[in-house]
Write a protein that binds this ligand. Structure first.
Ligand SMILES: Nc1ncnc2c1ncn2[C@@H]1O[C@H](COP(=O)(O)OP(=O)(O)OP(=O)(O)O)[C@@H](O)[C@H]1O
Ligand SMILES: *[C@@H]1O[C@H](CO)[C@@H](O)[C@H](O)[C@H]1NC(C)=O
Ligand SMILES: *[C@@H]1O[C@H](CO)[C@@H](O)[C@H](O)[C@H]1NC(C)=O
Ligand SMILES: *[C@@H]1O[C@H](CO)[C@@H](O)[C@H](O)[C@H]1NC(C)=O
Ligand SMILES: CC(=O)N[C@H]1CO[C@H](CO)[C@@H](O)[C@@H]1O
Ligand SMILES: [Mg+2]
Length: 422
């Protein structure tokens, strides 16, 4: 535990305190309290160790999101019960995202049966207003409020970005929990405006208060705070059960950060003259957390070696994608494709002089071959990641976040262009 120079308390709520950090302008310390509340604090009990569990849950979840590429306020864990985060001005809206209908949704939408699955996900917004029990708001109401935080006015563009981000965050957590045979039923999150960068980032915390989790999709085994809300009477035994459920989650939340499946990309190049092209593939694979191995072999000049190298990677059971990099006539990819059940991607380094002719050696193939051809080294790596991502949630989460970030940059670029041309 490093020592922080803790400054004045900036705010305090029902579950946490926010402190300024004297030596780190722009950052705050988020300190959890050992208190569990429900029904807007109508019920309140101390639960020893709850803060530590909440902190661990938040830290693991934010780490998963951060490593995936989602922009969050989280910086790092500080102690058992605290973490440092970017100082944000909070947007007073709770974004709720649902996969399965349950809880308050059923009350507000009579007739809908519990267990109804939303595809696409159902989005709802609630204005954070304790005095009025957090009323549900429409998009138009959010826009009409014209919130201004850290110098940023919350308009259509900002609402769209939060909406899209909430969906991506839900899908990432849903995918991660699925590895533990757990259904993420619904989730609520909050966004803030980073006071330094004026960016909208996921803020506050994500812990048991924030979601419903049903192991094996079974509501009767739920492990979230609903168990506490549903208690008829708060007895020491009942609180022990709530705590055991919380501990069940905190044991598993760590597993969300661990890969559940292996995978690798093996780039075969016909000659080291294509090394720069191959290094680009490797760099892009690394950005998805995919191990990438470079080998030199020519299917024309050393077919025995090519097949021996192939056998090396078929022999240890690690799911492998071969990328063939061969200039002029690409014999490498098609020969590999005809002799392995693993996927093969041709990524020929085409040259301006003969490229238009050379590409046909990758495209026009004997029957029975299923190799694909992707010209851009980045795109070849992305396609390999998409295949591995079918069984590896950490890779899938990076792809999902990258798709969100691309969408957001386009949106912001358009907004900037419109502002300039006004
Ligand atoms: N990174 C951050 N920077 C600044 N403030 C933050 C940050 N993260 C959380 N906060 C704020 O800290 C305050 C205390 O949090 P807490 O969750 O305890 O409040 P609360 O009583 O639940 O009230 P609320 O209904 O606003 O959540 C909240 O106002 C929250 O928005
Ligand atoms: C809370 O944060 C600290 C900071 O490093 C971390 O080590 C700890 O595991 C977290 N919480 C719990 C419950 O352990
Ligand atoms: C969020 O996006 C979805 C899909 O585009 C849309 O149907 C919904 O109205 C949006 N909700 C809000 C609150 O912006
Ligand atoms: C999830 O369920 C499957 C099938 O029932 C089982 O094989 C697997 O071990 C379970 N995984 C976890 C993490 O519980
Ligand atoms: C706020 C909250 O209740 N968080 C819980 C989420 O999950 C962990 C797992 O044990 C609990 O300890 C937390 O208290
Ligand atoms: Mg709160």
């Amino acid at each position: 535990v490093s020592t922080l120079n803790i400054g004045q308390k900036l705010s305090e709520g029902k579950t946490k305190q926010i402190f300024e950090l004297v030596d780190q302008p722009g950052l705050v310390l988020v300190q959890s309290k050992d208190q569990i509340t429900a029904g807007n604090a109508a019920r309140k009990d101390q639960m020893e160790g709850k803060a530590a569990i909440a902190n661990k849950t938040t830290c693991c979840v934010f780490k998963l999101l951060q490593e995936s590429g989602i922009k969050t306020a989280f910086v790092q864990q500080h102690s058992e019960t605290a973490f440092t985060a970017a100082h944000c001005e909070m947007i007073p809206i709770e974004w709720v995202c649902r996969r399965v209908a349950t809880g308050s949704f059923l009350k507000r939408n009579p007739g809908v049966k519990e267990g109804y699955r939303f595809t696409p996900l159902k989005m709802e917004m609630f204005f954070k207003d304790d005095a009025n029990n957090d009323p549900q708001w429409s998009e138009e109401q959010v826009l009409a409020a014209k919130f201004s935080l850290a110098g940023l006015t919350i308009g259509q563009c900002e609402v769209d970005i939060m909406n899209r981000s909430t969906v991506a965050i839900f899908e990432i957590l849903e995918k991660a929990w699925a590895t533990q045979n757990c259904t993420l039923v619904d989730m609520k999150i909050e966004f803030g405006v980073n006071v330094k960068t004026r960016e909208i980032v996921l803020s506050d915390v994500i812990d048991n208060d924030s979601w419903r989790l049903w192991p094996a999709g079974d509501r009767s085994q739920q492990k979230d705070k609903q168990v506490y809300r549903d208690l008829k009477e708060v007895t020491p035994e009942a609180m022990q059960m709530v705590k055991r459920n919380f501990e069940w989650v905190s044991e598993r939340v760590q597993l969300l950060l661990e890969p559940q499946a292996s995978g690798r990309v093996v780039v075969l190049m016909g000659s080291t003259s294509d090394m720069a092209h191959c290094e680009k593939i490797k760099k892009a694979c690394t950005s998805y957390g995919l191990p990438c191995i470079l080998r030199v072999t020519s299917a024309h000049k050393g077919p025995d070696e090519t097949l021996r190298i192939k056998a090396e990677y078929e022999g240890d059971g690690v799911p492998t994608i071969f990328v063939a990099v061969a200039g002029r006539s690409n014999g490498l990819g098609p020969v590999m494709s005809g002799n392995t059940a693993y996927p093969v991607i041709n990524c020929p380094p085409l040259t301006p002089d003969w490229g238009a002719q050379d590409v046909w050696s990758s495209l026009r193939l004997p029957s029975g071959l299923g190799c694909s051809t992707i010209l851009s080294p980045d795109a070849a790596a992305q396609f390999a990641a998409q295949i591995i991502g079918l069984s590896n949630h950490l890779v899938w989460c990076k792809l999902r976040a990258s798709m969100l970030n691309t969408w957001v940059s386009l949106k912001l670029a358009d907004q900037k262009l419109q502002a300039c041309s006004l």
